[in-house]
Design a protein around this ligand. Structure first.
Ligand code: CTP
Ligand code: CA
Length: 236
């Protein structure tokens, strides 16, 4: 038989990728959501598939369609995403958290549509924190659950006067406890919906950061190669 081509470096690996933005219901017809297009996550799923992995895509709300030929599970809320991630990534090798997860949800879910009141007043929406899917997966894995040994987070950061993008990203990596963190620098008109991107990958074990830029497709291929290297330094 022919030697395995280097493009199949993830053959035999199970990879779970989350994509899109979670939506938190306010009432039966309204939600709080975000502008994630789902492009980065779907491109990562495609690149992992291309590298020979058995891929499951967990898709929250996306503008793009789910890739053909990749098992896709749809979710809406952060709670649903958490349940899907814990279930689908049990026994998997890699979890890639590219989804834009809501940080807050309405504390009360109205069971019927909120109506305007006759006195002209407006409702106040009280929010509560959502579950941290990434941090929960890391914690449960570290507590002995059969969850991926390689968990990859994403962070869209802006620097400010008290810290650079990479300072904030490094702190986030330590807070989350994942093995790799892919950092996108967010500026005006960058990242959300755009096709050109620059990323830096930070490693929990202190390995030197790696930078890549190009289309979301190019960058996804590179991230998947780095995942392959992390799983097995002899490949790629
Ligand atoms: N994430 C998650 N669950 C949440 C929030 C974020 O799993 N409730 C994941 C995202 O999918 C991403 C990573 O955590 O992989 C970082 O997301 P980000 O929004 O940058 O981090 P937060 O911890 O929410 O911090 P911030 O206050 O900067 O938004
Ligand atoms: Ca957040």
């Amino acid at each position: 038989t022919a030697p395995t081509p280097s493009t199949s470096f993830l053959a035999g690996r199970r990879v779970v990728v989350t994509a899109g933005g979670t939506r938190e219901a306010l009432d039966p017809v309204r939600y709080l959501g975000n502008r994630s297009s789902g492009k980065q996550g779907t491109e990562l799923a495609r690149a992992a598939r291309q590298a020979g992995a058995d891929v499951t895509l967990i898709a929250a709300a996306m503008d793009v369609s789910a890739p053909e030929g990749i098992a896709t599970r749809r979710v809406e809320s952060t709670r649903e995403l958490l349940d899907a991630v814990l279930e689908e990534s049990t026994g998997a090798d890699v979890l890639v958290m590219a989804a834009a997860v809501a940080d807050f949800r309405p504390a009360q879910l109205a069971t019927s549509k909120m109506k305007k009141s006759d006195d002209g007043s407006s409702p106040t929406i009280v929010l509560e924190r959502t579950e941290d899917v990434l941090a929960t997966a890391v914690q449960q894995r570290d507590n002995g659950e059969n969850l991926p040994g390689l968990i990859v987070g994403f962070a869209a950061e802006t620097g400010d006067e008290s810290g650079s993008v990479l300072d904030y990203a490094q702190a986030k990596l330590e807070r989350k406890g994942c093995e790799m963190l892919v950092v996108n620098q967010v500026g005006r008109d960058q990242v959300f919906g755009q096709d050109d991107t620059e990323i830096t990958v930070l490693y929990r074990d202190g390995a030197a950061p790696v930078t890549a830029h190009g289309s979301k497709t190019d960058v996804s291929v590179r991230i998947v190669e780095l995942i392959g290297q992390e799983l097995d330094p002899d490949t790629v």
